[in-house]
Design a protein around this ligand. Sequence first.
Ligand code: SF4
Length: 302
Amino acid sequence: MLLEIQGLGMDFPQGGLFSKSTLRALNDVSLNIAAGEAVALVGESGSGKSTLAKLVAGLQMASRGEIRFNGAPRADAARDDIQMVFQNPFASLNPVHDIRHHLERPLKLYGLNKPGALKELLEKVGLDESYLTRFPHELSGGQRQRVAIARALAPKPKLLLADEPTSMLDVSSRMDILQLLGRLRKETGVGLLFVTHDLAAARWLCDRILVLYAGQVMEMAASDTLLRAPKHPYTQLLLAAATHGVSLETKLPAKPGRANTIDPTPGCPFQNRCLQALSECSHTTPTLVGSEHQVACHLESR
Ligand code: SF4
């Protein structure tokens, strides 16, 4: 198994030095990704999906749980094996350096700066050598994201973490970047953890979808299965919102209160928004059940 995540949790202290309040950003998340597999993390803002990607990237240390890569603890993974593409291509490139600098640096760092390596890297992402002397401000958002992807691919990683790589791009560039990621998956065999709030993009690009809410896994299944027959009321709500053109980042209907991610109380984290809530939902936290299609909802055990 390429990536194994077991019981991962992440807490952030809230309210200053002497406060005991805690924001539980992730709680008991488990996920495996096979070599070459693509998995989408889907959820609205604050669901914990970017936190999960950062923990896998090694940018933050988890409060609980374990991450293993290629059978060994994450901390032992080679630095070049896991690379990340960030959401904002306008911030992820250094404005004072040209594109040659951005791409040459990782190649030199990992001893891969052979003749023709830069050209090959640019061609992989649909650019040519004329871009080497340009600066980030001379490129469009889509072109910058292509450079960011090329930089991430430079050390030939086994797993690419893409944190909402299309959310700051215009519609046509979004499709271009999705197609690029799909092609790169096929050509390089790189595994992909794709963070998104776009269900259609998740289905198009990924083998499986994991739905997060308030830092917990609500549902996980093959992409087609999950979108054709969603079982969790939250996934059903997301799908309904997407079908009616409502962004997940806007307020969804039937939302009398937010999930309590601060010092969480017992019960289902989705109970305040669920139209199908049962009496046990307020005091018993549902656990994930199922194998191929996993769901954390008391309705499943009825
Ligand atoms: Fe709704 Fe209860 Fe299922 Fe949570 S466990 S999604 S509140 S029915």
